[in-house]
Design a protein. Structure first.
Length: 181
């Protein structure tokens, strides 16, 4: 056992020596490269900087002088009656008895057909509960006081009363088209 023990350090010693020599060669190769690197950094720093882009030209705006001090303030309440705004005469009739199809919005009602011809034509309307109603000109449907003004084979024409945003009411045209399904 002593002989084997004595030979082991002799076999491992050349390997360690070779490893130490390789490491010293690798480290000695890095020393001369630093001078080149430092010279390149100094050269880059010595270069003149690139010129900056010119500043954009500021656009001159035309001044505006507000000269409407004598006019009505746009943030005040609705127009007075004599100015023709809120009291234009149009308004829903609160005493009129509501019809069954006025409980639904127009986009939830479907026209499914017509009966008759010409001025005697009657339209068939299906509500969201799948109940079919007969309507004729002069009747109301929809939630905006929509009065039926005309019935055609492919559509129903209505005139609705909607708020105009200034405390009054205005008329708006609407249609319910024949459902092709």
């Amino acid at each position: 056992m002593n002989i084997m023990h004595a030979n082991r350090p002799l076999v491992a010693a050349p390997r360690l020596l070779l490893l130490a020599l390789a490491a010293s060669f690798a480290l000695s190769g890095c020393a001369p490269g630093m001078a080149d690197l430092q010279a390149w950094v100094a050269e880059v720093k010595a270069r003149p900087p690139k010129p900056l882009d010119p500043l954009p030209v500021m656009q001159q705006f035309e001044t505006f002088e507000y000269a409407a001090q004598a006019m009505r303030d746009p943030f005040s309440g609705p127009l007075a009656e004599n100015e023709g705004g809120a009291d234009s005469g149009l308004r829903p009739d609160p005493t009129r008895r509501k019809e069954p199809l006025e409980a639904y919005p127009l986009d939830s009602l479907d026209m499914v057909g017509t009966i008759g011809e010409g001025a005697e034509m009657i339209a068939l309307i299906m509500d969201p509960e799948h109940v079919v109603h007969q309507v004729s000109p002069g009747q109301y449907m929809g939630q905006s006081d929509g009065r039926i003004t005309g019935i055609h084979e492919d559509r129903i024409d209505l005139t609705e009363l909607v708020p105009d945003g200034a405390g009054g009411w205005m008329e708006r045209q609407a249609q319910v088209a024949l459902d092709d399904e």
